[in-house]
Design a protein around this ligand. Sequence first.
Ligand SMILES: Nc1nc2c(c(=O)[nH]1)N(C=O)[C@@H](CNc1ccc(C(=O)N[C@@H](CCC(=O)O)C(=O)O)cc1)CN2
Ligand SMILES: Nc1ncnc2c1ncn2[C@@H]1O[C@H](COP(=O)(O)OP(=O)(O)OP(=O)(O)O)[C@@H](O)[C@H]1O
Length: 184
Amino acid sequence: MSDLALRKAELRHNALKHRRAAHEMSDGAAGVLSSVLAGHRGVPLAGYMAIRTEIDPRPAMEEAAAHGPVGVPVILGNGQPLDFHRWEPDAEMQAGQYGAEIPIQPELMTPEILIVPLVAFDRAGRRLGYGGGFYDRTIALLRANGAVLAMGFAYAAQEVDEVPTEPTDQPLDMIVTETEVIEP
Ligand SMILES: Nc1nc2c(c(=O)[nH]1)N(C=O)[C@@H](CNc1ccc(C(=O)N[C@@H](CCC(=O)O)C(=O)O)cc1)CN2
Ligand SMILES: Nc1ncnc2c1ncn2[C@@H]1O[C@H](COP(=O)(O)OP(=O)(O)OP(=O)(O)O)[C@@H](O)[C@H]1O
């Protein structure tokens, strides 16, 4: 493993411990996210179906779905960007790869706002995920095809001083936590 990959792996391990502690203390934390999204009603939005100890954006996704299209990520394969399939609060779901639910009926959509799940972030907008590079590839593709607002969503406890980066890492435009909006 390269030195950078080792540093990312170690950071991931530590940040996941902080995320778990925050998750166990939390009883719903999407209020700030709802406020931010209220300023973008009707704009096509991608959220995610929370897995493990991820902060859950679903209450904010339900509100957004009353005003415009909302999608969730679907894995096409390793090394490929994610697709997004249209989601509604009452959509029938099935388990996707790695456990995140995906809609049974696939309907492709293109988000203009992307809520990005995080393992760790810093105040400059650098981010770390599970290490698949899925979101990096996806944000790069969406940015190449037009404007997209990449909005990280995480517990405040997942903040670190500096996430180490490589050229393919895509920075976040905004980070929303349960207590704060950070605009790098
Ligand atoms: N809720 C949610 N949905 C999502 C993602 C996500 O991060 N969160 N994804 C974002 O990509 C995609 C799923 N990708 C994932 C990729 C890897 C692992 C994972 O568990 N990986 C291993 C470590 C892999 C490694 O470093 O070798 C692990 O953590 O045990 C989970 C999800 C699409 N849907
Ligand atoms: N656009 C890309 N083209 C080629 N390789 C890429 C691209 N984006 C990321 N990668 C590679 O994918 C691997 C995983 O990247 P990284 O550790 O940054 O994942 P991550 O940001 O934690 O995961 P994710 O983006 O899924 O949340 C790295 O080896 C990285 O070089």
